[in-house]
Design a binder for this molecule. Structure first.
Ligand SMILES: NC(=O)c1ccc[n+]([C@@H]2O[C@H](COP(=O)([O-])OP(=O)(O)OC[C@H]3O[C@@H](n4cnc5c(N)ncnc54)[C@H](OP(=O)(O)O)[C@@H]3O)[C@@H](O)[C@H]2O)c1
Length: 311
């Protein structure tokens, strides 16, 4: 750990600032990945009066070195080595973590081990404030193994007595990958035509988590469901079509196309959750510039893939 973030300006508050804005070191687990990377981006973009410390498995990796080049401290950790976590969380004022993706029941067990180890390390280091990125619907068990795992980690964190907040992201907008087939945008998902899928961009997950870490915003009731838009398959396809000026269609796939039982359970749950509209104003009260799908497509400069057969 060596480098210090330059900070001339305080972060602009995205919501009512609380009395105790974070000014010390913020530790980020998963900083070389999508969500943790977005948290780091948001913290650096805000030019907040904080240092950012990334907890990484391999400080020599290209992604870790890219963080270091931006002024992020690197702390080498192993989640099965409490001493490394204790060192990494020393003198940390706020701590963000997510848990690695799980695609099998064995990986779900590993995910729970990682999450539990990180909570226990935060307790041992007396970290004053922890933000955990779990998943939408993790307020209770729902029979989706890789979501229930996050519910249990949330419970473990809440029972730890640490001051904490949960962000619960909906599916990432980034996973929407329509194809171009014979001059037409085609989106296929294992969701019924009339079920609205909740979604958010990874950028905005990072921004909301950063606001909570910085204490410039609070999570009502200790948790925020991160939903920036909710659209049916035909509406999602139409958004991509409108952006490209091409005709678009949606094909609802049966759950049986999914090779993983975990994903079958997840998409069944997404379709059930579609019956309960989200309050999109909650996320916008924390991050007013949250992107809806149309804005996200525009912001990424999305173009239809050109290498599709028959395009
Ligand atoms: N995809 C979605 O739409 C969606 C929606 C909501 C929630 N989620 C949840 O989001 C999570 C994945 O987040 P993400 O996409 O940001 O992950 P990601 O891009 O795959 O990054 C994973 C990060 O975790 C680190 N990591 C993984 N295993 C580790 C270990 N054992 N010890 C230390 N570091 C480890 C990786 O570091 P290295 O650089 O060392 O590999 C990397 O920084 C999953 O739990 C998933 O269920 C996903």
């Amino acid at each position: 750990m060596s480098q210090q973030i330059k900070h001339e300006d305080a972060a602009p508050a995205s919501s009512s600032p609380t009395a105790r804005q974070t000014t010390g070191t913020i530790a980020v687990f998963g900083a070389t990945g999508q969500q943790g990377g977005a948290v780091v981006d948001a913290l650096l973009d805000r030019r907040a009066r904080v240092r950012v410390r990334a907890l990484v498995r391999n400080p020599q990796s290209d992604r870790a070195q890219a963080l270091a080049a931006r002024g992020v401290e690197l702390a080498a950790i192993r989640t099965d080595d409490p001493a490394s976590l204790a060192t990494a969380l020393t003198a940390v004022e706020a701590f963000y973590f997510m848990t690695p993706a799980a695609n099998s029941l064995e990986e779900v067990e590993a995910e729970i081990r990682v999450g539990t180890a990180l909570v226990d390390a935060a307790v041992a280091a007396r970290v004053p404030h922890v933000v955990f990125s779990s998943v939408i619907g993790a307020d209770r068990e729902r029979g989706v193994p890789h979501h229930d795992s996050k519910h249990w980690i949330e419970e473990h964190l809440r029972e730890s007595g640490l001051r904490c907040a949960m962000v619960r992201p909906a599916p990432f907008m980034e996973v929407m990958t329509p194809s171009l087939e014979h001059g037409e945008i085609v989106l296929r998902l294992p969701m019924p035509d009339d079920a609205a899928l909740k979604m958010i961009s990874i950028r905005d997950i990072g921004r909301v988590a950063a606001a909570l870490l910085l204490d410039t915003a609070e999570a009502p009731g200790g948790a925020v469901e991160l939903v920036a838009d909710e659209l049916t398959g035909p509406q999602i396809a139409a958004a991509f079509g409108a952006h490209t000026g091409l005709p678009a269609r949606y094909e609802a796939l049966p759950l049986s196309v999914l090779p993983s039982d975990l994903d079958k359970a997840m998409f069944r749950q997404f379709a059930e959750a579609a019956e309960y509209p989200s309050d999109l104003a909650v996320v916008r009260s924390i991050e007013p510039a949250t992107l809806d799908l149309v804005e996200w497509i525009r912001s990424t400069g999305w173009t239809a893939p050109t290498n599709m057969a028959g395009s």
